[in-house]
Design a protein around this ligand. Structure first.
Ligand code: ADP
Ligand code: MG
Length: 275
């Protein structure tokens, strides 16, 4: 597989929103598949005890020998727990429901917020083989999501195109600011992506214009449409790009991947250019 010139240098992106059902997992799986299609070595860290990303990529529970819990616990190196998916260039750290006790099990540890970061940094050579690492967060601003924000370079926020969508975003932004002020000073908001968008719906249009007015350039140009193929794909254990490559859902996640790569490249160039 030939390497693209604009390598992404193991960018770690947490996909977070404390609301459930807004498209975090769908975005993690399909954005990852679209990045892999562009020859980026992509890794998903499933840190949601529901394990939807793991299931959606066809990792049977019996194949989840080592899981996110074991990695956070320090029992298993990340490189040993990660499994290859059926998509070339896309691997995943699977999770299971045992992760739901992480808050209680690790809650009193002093290093409870850096467990994921430590696991990722333990083997830098292995980490750096990946161009992009996407973290699929649970629907809560709990210890697991905080671990993701401490480990990540940036946070990507899926926003469902419905009423109340913008509510809750301020709490999320506040949490990002707190993490920036403490454990991870360079954490950025990668962007906000509107999901499940129905262009015929006036309310959805209103949410989009409100989001663009309030958040400006933070909102990705790409909008993910409501597309039934996207919701069907996980039951076939496939990203939509494999399930129905020509669907609107596939096209939209390809466009999001292109936009993400472009943003990353611009950001890396800005970092290199002295002010
Ligand atoms: P989260 O991870 O934020 O809880 P999911 O990605 O699991 O959200 O999405 C919630 C539900 O909505 C799932 O059943 C998923 O298949 C469906 N879904 C997500 N995005 C879309 C979309 N763009 N079009 C249609 N269905 C979608
Ligand atoms: Mg999810």
């Amino acid at each position: 597989m030939s390497k693209p010139v604009d390598r992404l240098q193991s960018r770690i992106v947490a996909i977070a929103n404390q609301k459930g059902g807004v498209g975090k997992t769908t975005t993690a799986v399909n954005l990852a598949a679209a990045l892999a299609e562009r020859n980026r070595a992509t890794l998903i860290l499933d840190i949601d005890p529901q394990g939807n990303a793991s299931t959606g990529l066809g990792i049977a529970p019996s194949d989840r020998k080592h899981t996110t819990y074991d990695v956070l616990n320090g029992d298993t190196p990340l490189s040993e727990a990660v499994v290859q998916s059926s998509v070339e260039g896309l691997s995943i750290l699977p999770s299971t429901t045992d992760l739901s006790s992480a808050d209680i099990d690790f809650g009193t540890r002093k290093d409870r917020l850096v467990l994921l970061k430590q696991a990722i940094d333990r083997d830098p050579k292995w980490r750096d083989k990946h161009d992009v690492i996407l973290i699929d967060c649970p629907p809560s601003l709990n210890m697991l999501t905080l671990n993701a924000m401490v480990a990540a370079h940036s946070v990507l926020v899926p926003l469902q195109s419905e009423f109340f969508a913008l509510e809750g975003l301020s709490q999320l932004m506040l949490t990002v600011r707190e993490i920036r002020a403490s454990a991870n000073p360079t954490l950025r908001i990668e962007g906000v992506v509107l999901t499940m968008f129905d262009g015929r719906n006036r309310l959805a249009q209103q949410v989009e214009s409100d989001a663009r007015d309030t958040l400006g350039d933070l909102v990705f140009d790409t909008v993910i449409p409501r597309n039934v193929r996207l919701s069907e794909a996980p039951s076939f254990s496939l990203p939509v790009l494999q399930y129905d490559p020509q669907s609107k859902g596939s096209e939209s996640y390809r466009a999001l991947a292109a936009e993400l790569v472009k943003r990353h490249t611009e950001h890396l160039n800005a970092e290199k250019t002295p002010a």
